[in-house]
Design a protein around this ligand. Sequence first.
Ligand code: AMP
Ligand code: MG
Length: 589
Amino acid sequence: MGSVDKGLVPLNGKPMVAHVLERLTPQVQHLLINANQNQEAYVAYGVPVWPDALPDFAGPLAGLQAGLMHCETPYLVTAPCDSPFLPTDLVARLAQARHAQDADLAVAVTGTGDTRQLHPVFCLVKTALLPHLNAYLEGGGRKMGSWLASLQVAEVQFEDESAFHNINTTDELRMHDLDRALTVAQAQRIIQDLVQPIHGQELVPTREALGRVLAHDVVSPISVPAHDNSAMDGFAFQGADLATNAATTLTIIGSAHAGHRFDSAVGHGQCVRIMTGAVMPALCDTVVPQELTQALTDTTVSIPASTIQTGDNRRLKGEDLMEGKPALSRGRVLRPADMGLLASLGIAEVAVQRRLKVAFFSTGDELRSLGQPLDAGCIYDSNRYTLLGMLTRLGCELIDMGVVKDDAQSLEAALRTACENADVIITSGGVSVGEADYTKPTMAKLGDVTFWKIAMRPGRPLAFGTVASNGKKAYLFGLPGNPVAVMVAFYFFARDALLRMMGACEAPLPRIRAASQADIRKKPGRTEYQRGILSTNATGNPVVQITGAQGSGVLHSMSQANCMVVLHHEQGPVCAGEMVDVVVFDGLV
Ligand code: AMP
Ligand code: MG
């Protein structure tokens, strides 16, 4: 499937490697994955991932070598990551035959006569064969067949040829894929697994870093505050001087202002008038606020009994940030507080990830751009403007490619230009059933794009995959055309994926619970996103009201709404007063 890593391509809602791992788990003691690309995506399966020790994708024997090098058991079984139907008795039968024939390894075979086929990548090998394999590879050998010829091989006949089938084309994948809509969670998971962070970073002045993604951890070069200092305007003294159950009288020997320290020693029975932020004089550990004291004379104050304790009102050195300790982590999307924090550390420039380049266009013969006359039967292209807003908020570098006509040549040309100039392409429209007839072959020609039906409303059709042109590759999100569906698909599918590509460690959109003010109709078996208005009731608790018309073309109600009510896949109708999940738009829409 072109440049696509087949193990990660979805089949029936999960990547093929997940099917393979599921089938192998009950058959073996340990699992490991050999992968030379997309290691991060494979690591997500909680299994050790090892690349070939040999360079240049040297083939199955290099993979076998990597497996044997890291195998902790006396035998190793191998199966390709794109063989989701492998037999559930594969290991037992290979092991039994190897033992019975005292062979070096056992290999699966299917068919007889002309249809007989050896499946050497489905094999069980003695781990002790590693030196033998190393010697073969060092001699320049790369062919499985000729290596096997030097060994004693047990061949095991399997009846079901299709169990060894690996999936090589998207069409084959589609054939095997049940005609079933993916759940939202499945689709989100697949997309997150497939996308990878982009490379490249740049130094920017702290004052321009808002919304950028930190490329490295920031370690505090200094402590903040740099010294113990006063949290109040008052008098600094030694806490040990406080009398028990009686007033304490102190002699004022000087003043300390912020930025001007008091350098003389402060003895017992003495104090220094001190301002907020001023460095604590030597030996002083306590500050009594001015308003808690009584001035006895110009040079003496009294602290009434039991008003304060030793250590009160003193800010400790490093209590905000300690020198040498992590202050901000890589992947942080910098917020206003972070900019202040960087400034407090004296950091004038930070390394951030380069901006993610996103090319976007709308498809449809009926669409007119702003400034054009609105011909009969036409509508203004609004999706490009909602996308513009949403992508700007995410901090992407935008390439607005306008409106593309509903024909294969225009679409191909647009996709090629987008692909050659951007990391990600976002289109809207043209992915619903009728139209996909021409969109599909065009997208398929340039790469590997799967058209998904997702059990959700709005936004059911979605295309996702990669396209390539002139050696450049880009991820493609084909969003539906309806204006509300575009926004829903963007927020609940594209957003997290774009953040991952940007190298950002942002949590998914936070949800809160609110009581629905009215009944909501909902069928189990799909996720519904309804526009809502969140407020607080008389007792101060969060309540949500669905905004009028929920049609996926009614952008107006999206604009009125301040949140999205998320009704989950299994959830049925909601009764008034019932708690529902709500995603607040603040800062998003
Ligand atoms: P489609 O997914 O192309 O079948 O479009 C579904 C609906 O969304 C149709 O009514 C389109 O006219 C409308 N639509 C598609 N693209 C846009 C757009 N960029 N702006 C506004 N409406 C659109
Ligand atoms: Mg259309």
